[in-house]
Write a protein that binds this ligand. Structure first.
Ligand SMILES: Nc1ncnc2c1ncn2[C@@H]1O[C@H](COP(=O)(O)OP(=O)(O)OP(=O)(O)O)[C@@H](O)[C@H]1O
Ligand SMILES: [Mg+2]
Length: 248
């Protein structure tokens, strides 16, 4: 497989029950691309992300990361899951959580080095959470927690970053902090794949979009994916909103 691509997915089918959540999905993501995954609720977006991490069992299909089977490339990808999946009632600080990104690099017999601390500091800086370093993670808003998880992912030093709905339910300040992080990471050559719910901003935020509803309906630049017949097929019933969008 071609190592020029950050991610290659070929003929991927994933089922939890009798009906596949993803059916025969194939696409490639180039190094350094900023890609959005869009599609309605239950379309299989999170499942696709988990498949790219090798977290779900595949019925059929292959996933390659930098040209190697995903199972051999653990650690190359950092992941920020969809929110609401973790209850943070632990006595850990913002700094501790970001440091978890370094655990894969730490030797078990020693504490974080000066270099580890610097990496964590700059990751927290990047997501604009430096002022909250000593705060317990449970005492932050959802949007702030989200930024801390992004800092942890950045501290991991991975070349690919997968984010599952980072913009869902955040305020304007967090939205702009996240956008800055995406821009900075892209500048650093990191490949970014982001599940995104808001069609109104999708074409502005991403270089390329994957439109998913069990199957991959379209992949390419927003201008190619935002076609009325495609969107109306995938988002049945909500067509009016998108007609307005396409006009706007
Ligand atoms: N662990 C699981 N066990 C059984 N079914 C699952 C599991 N995870 C997801 N599903 C089902 O697979 C389908 C795809 O789910 P997935 O979470 O990937 O969708 P999604 O596009 O991320 O949705 P949302 O926009 O609501 O986050 C849904 O029908 C869902 O109910
Ligand atoms: Mg999801």
């Amino acid at each position: 497989m071609n190592a020029e691509y950050a991610i290659q997915v070929r003929n991927l089918t994933v089922s939890y029950g009798p009906k596949p959540a993803l059916l025969d999905v194939s696409f490639m993501i180039q190094k350094g691309e900023l890609v959005g995954i869009i599609g309605p609720n239950g379309a299989g977006k999170s499942t696709l992300m988990k498949a790219m991490l090798g977290f779900v069992r595949r019925d059929i299909g292959d996933v390659y990361v930098f040209g190697k089977p995903v199972e051999q490339t653990r650690g190359a990808i950092a992941y920020v899951p969809q929110r609401g999946t973790v209850d943070w009632d632990y006595p850990v600080t913002v700094e501790d959580v970001a440091m978890m990104g370094r655990y894969g690099h730490l030797k078990w017999w020693r504490n974080p080095s000066k270099a580890d601390r610097e990496i964590v500091d700059s990751a927290l800086e990047m997501v604009r959470m430096s002022d909250f370093k000593k705060r317990q993670i449970g005492q932050l808003s959802g949007g702030q927690q989200q930024r801390v998880f992004m800092a942890r992912a950045l501290a991991q030093g991975a070349q690919i970053l997968l984010l599952d709905e980072p913009f869902a339910g955040v305020d304007a300040a967090t939205e702009s902090a996240i956008l800055d992080v995406l821009a900075e990471a892209k500048k650093a050559g990191i490949t970014l794949v982001v599940v995104h719910h808001d069609l109104a901003t999708a074409s502005e935020y991403f270089d390329k979009l994957l439109l998913v509803k069990q199957r991959l309906y379209a992949a390419g630049p927003p201008s190619l994916v935002f076609r009325q017949e495609l969107l109306s097929e995938v988002y049945e019933g909500k067509l009016k909103v998108f007609t307005d969008l396409l006009k706007g």
